[in-house]
Ligand binder design. Structure first.
Ligand code: ADP
Ligand code: MG
Length: 697
């Protein structure tokens, strides 16, 4: 076996380990449960727990933990050791009960009011469709987290419920169209993850990076990303060492890290794994983000996952590649050689077009966080307008369907000759890429490009899954009632295309014209977090989540509350950090420099040679003016934060943070960044953009 094959998944209690460690009957029973979405038998859990414990102990584990994803967007874990005492001796124990269910205090996690009316108790429940793993001498058991009365308090529960909905209605559509054999319809996701790496010592000296994940100040360096010399550039040794180490850690955890490269901004990079079933992909992305931070620390680096750590260069996103397929290995988004004849594909495609059009607002809201407000629409990421890119071939088919009710031809792929005899003739892709599109069809999947780098992908995916499931349920109702299913499928496809084609846009999403055109088409452009999240309160969306069994109305409302609270706290922390840095670090340094210039002026004056004095006096005056202005803005900012904090209603509070606090923070930043450009670099108390972005060897 190759070294890599030995490493890969070595820390994971995966299918092959289960096959080896479990009695055949138990293994088959568990497989049957997983494959057919059945409920778990507690006796079975007992056998699995025992095998899992033995396996984990062999790998040095002393503890186990239920690993879950509360609404903080991070993961949570509480460790318990395997030890138990019996007649004064220690034995290693791990029961089926402990595997299936954990208990924790739900009131300490964001719960958006659900806590107020129920007991504090919360439960974690084993998600046996995502494999357990050993990390740091601890057995990690992926779980979902809910309240005493069963309400979802995490990112995973709605994702699992959305998978059920997609499966249920996807299967109904397949059955209606004659597929008798598929047992499951699943969503698959491959998430490309962007990040920044900077020297850890510099990171530790920046309170803004430590507390908020982004730089609140920093003058632009003379060079940014304008030369295009970082994208795919040769990777620096220190970064490559990190990447190699990271890949190995990820492989051990069964995460199929595949691609690594430099990204557009200085110090920016990307990693992408091979796609997986969406809940596993989501768990793996969380695990990947944690591992990136840990491995970076080991290399004296800090890994930044914020959407906009540095102003003036690109921020980081996460391209969420999404498709749906069956347990028989059929990708329902694969158009095949003659897509115009592929009734099922066209029906699914039309359903997705309708889902994205009808639920564009809530899909937009799924990617909203305070960091993404700086990225979307800033010519580095798609705009805040949701639209679909289909490319030449599918657009041509869609246009035929729109005109004639069905399509009769498909554009075929052509050959690409490069013009040198030494080079091979290549098959040209049927469609070019469109990097500016938020929701782009890329051959056999959709690439949702609005997701922020730090976000848990569970959020966007449960929303996409649910929206698509909702439309598929409508399709299934109609197909089941129809006599001629094939004809009905074509009819539905044509109807959806005609009614929802406004969401299709193949042009430049970054252009100003698109904004005007989108407005004309009646598409919404929501450019900030507060407005985006408000769409969760829309009756149409609440009903959709309830209808699909993904979120009850109460859960939708509590989620809104939690996310707003989270935003409000984030902006408050940013403002307090800015105040702290300016008052305690930056202005004192500026004052020291002012004193130095003043002393210098006096000393020069004594020499009788006055030629430099005028310049020095001007500098002194300019710096002093800015320092006074910054001081004044700090006062304003304090006032704005206090006023916002006093507001009780989370929505009005969000509006106050957005409209009253953020603008003052921005304006304070302008003064500080101007000061940075004037103050002697020896006096500047925090690492600069030049240090952080260009410092690595
Ligand atoms: P890009 O050209 O944007 O880098 P790639 O083709 O390399 O895109 O794939 C990016 C991601 O999409 C990878 O994580 C890959 O595994 C994933 N991917 C590929 N096919 C599918 C699919 N059918 N469904 C979901 N994700 C997929
Ligand atoms: Mg991509």
């Amino acid at each position: 076996m190759s070294e890599l094959a030995k490493i890969f998944g070595s820390q994971v209690f995966n299918d092959s380990v289960m096959r080896e460690k479990l009695p055949t009957a138990t293994y088959n029973a568990l497989k049957n449960i997983i494959d057919n979405n059945l409920t778990l038998d507690p006796n079975l859990a007992e056998v699995v727990a025992s095998a899992m414990k033995e396996w984990a102990i062999e790998r040095g584990a002393t503890h186990y933990c239920h690993w879950f994803q509360p609404m903080t967007g991070m993961t949570a874990e509480k460790h318990d050791s395997f030890i138990s005492t019996s007649e004064g001796k220690i034995i290693m124990e791990f029961s089926g009960k402990e595997l299936i269910k954990g208990e924790s205090d739900a009131s300490s996690f964001p719960n958006g009011g659900i806590r107020a009316t129920f007991e504090a108790r919360g439960y974690t429940a084993w998600d046996f469709t995502s494999p357990a793993f050993v990390k740091d001498k601890t057995l990690y058991i992926p779980t979902a987290f809910c309240s005493y009365s069963g309400e979802a308090l995490d990112k995973k529960t709605p994702l699992l419920r959305s998978m059920d909905a997609l499966n249920r209605h996807g299967l109904r559509v397949l059955r209606a169209l004659g597929n008798k054999t598929a047992k499951k319809v699943m969503a698959y996701v491959g998430a490309e993850q962007e990040y920044f790496l900077i020297d850890r010592e510099l990171f530790m000296k920046r309170k803004d990076l430590l507390f908020t994940g982004r730089t609140l100040f920093g003058a632009r360096p003379p060079k940014g990303q304008e030369m295009g010399d970082q994208y795919y550039a040769s990777i620096k040794t220190r970064v490559l060492n990190f990447m190699q180490d990271l890949d190995i850690e990820l492989w051990k955890l069964g995460i199929p890290a595949k691609t690594r490269h430099n990204e557009a901004a200085p110090a920016q990079h990307e990693i992408a794994p091979i796609y997986n079933i969406v809940n596993v992909a989501s768990d793996q992305n969380q695990l990947m983000m944690e591992t990136m931070k840990k491995v970076a620390a080991r290399h004296g680096l800090a890994c930044l996952l914020h959407e906009k750590p540095f102003a003036g260069v690109n921020g980081s996103g996460k391209h969420n590649n999404w498709s749906i397929g069956t347990d028989e290995g059929v990708n329902l988004l694969d158009p095949g050689p003659e897509p115009h004849k592929n009734t099922l594909f066209l029906l699914i495609l039309a359903s997705i077009i309708k889902a994205v059009d009808v639920y564009a607002d809530v899909i937009r809201s799924s990617v909203a966080n305070s960091g993404n407000d700086y990225r979307l629409g800033a010519h580095e990421a798609p705009p805040a307008i949701v639209s679909i890119f289909l490319g030449d071939q599918l657009t041509d088919i869609i246009e035929q369907i729109e005109r004639e009710g069905e399509a009769r031809t498909s554009i075929c792929s052509t050959k690409l000759e490069i013009g040198a005899s030494a080079l091979p003739v290549l098959a040209r892709d049927i469609t070019d890429r469109n990097r500016t599109s938020p929701f782009a069809f890329t051959g056999n999947k959709f690439e949702f490009r609005m997701v922020g780098a730090s976000t848990s992908i569970a959020g966007p995916n449960f929303i996409i899954n649910t929206a698509v499931a909702d439309i598929l349920s409508e399709v299934a109702d109609r197909l089941e009632a129809a006599g001629n299913k094939e004809e009905e499928a074509k009819k539905i496809t044509a109807e959806f295309v005609r009614n929802h084609k406004r969401i299709i846009f193949n042009g430049d999403n970054y252009s100003e014209e698109w904004k005007t055109e989108a407005e004309r088409r009646g598409l919404s452009c929501i450019d900030n977090f507060v407005d985006a999240k408000r769409t969760l309160l829309d009756g149409k969306n609440i009903r959709m989540f309830a209808r699909m069994g993904v979120l009850t109305e109460k859960e939708s409302l509590s989620r809104y509350e939690i996310l707003m609270e989270n935003y409000n706290k984030t902006i408050r922390i940013e403002a307090l950090t800015a105040i702290e840095m300016v008052e305690r670090d930056i202005l004192p340094a500026v004052h020291r420099y002012i004193t130095e210039i003043a002393t210098c002026i006096n000393q020069v004056r004594e020499t009788g040679v006055h030629i430099i004095i005028e310049t020095q006096e001007k500098l002194l005056k300019d710096i002093s003016t800015l320092a006074v202005s910054a001081n004044e803005k700090v006062r304003e900012l304090k006032k704005a934060v206090n006023e916002a904090a006093a507001i009780e209603d989370v929505s009005s509070q969000g509006v106050a943070y957005r409209d009253k606090v953020i603008p003052v923070m921005k304006s304070l930043r302008e003064d500080i960044d101007s000061l940075e450009a004037m103050v002697d670099s020896r006096h500047w108390p925090i690492p600069t953009y030049v240090d952080m972005l260009f410092g690595l060897e």
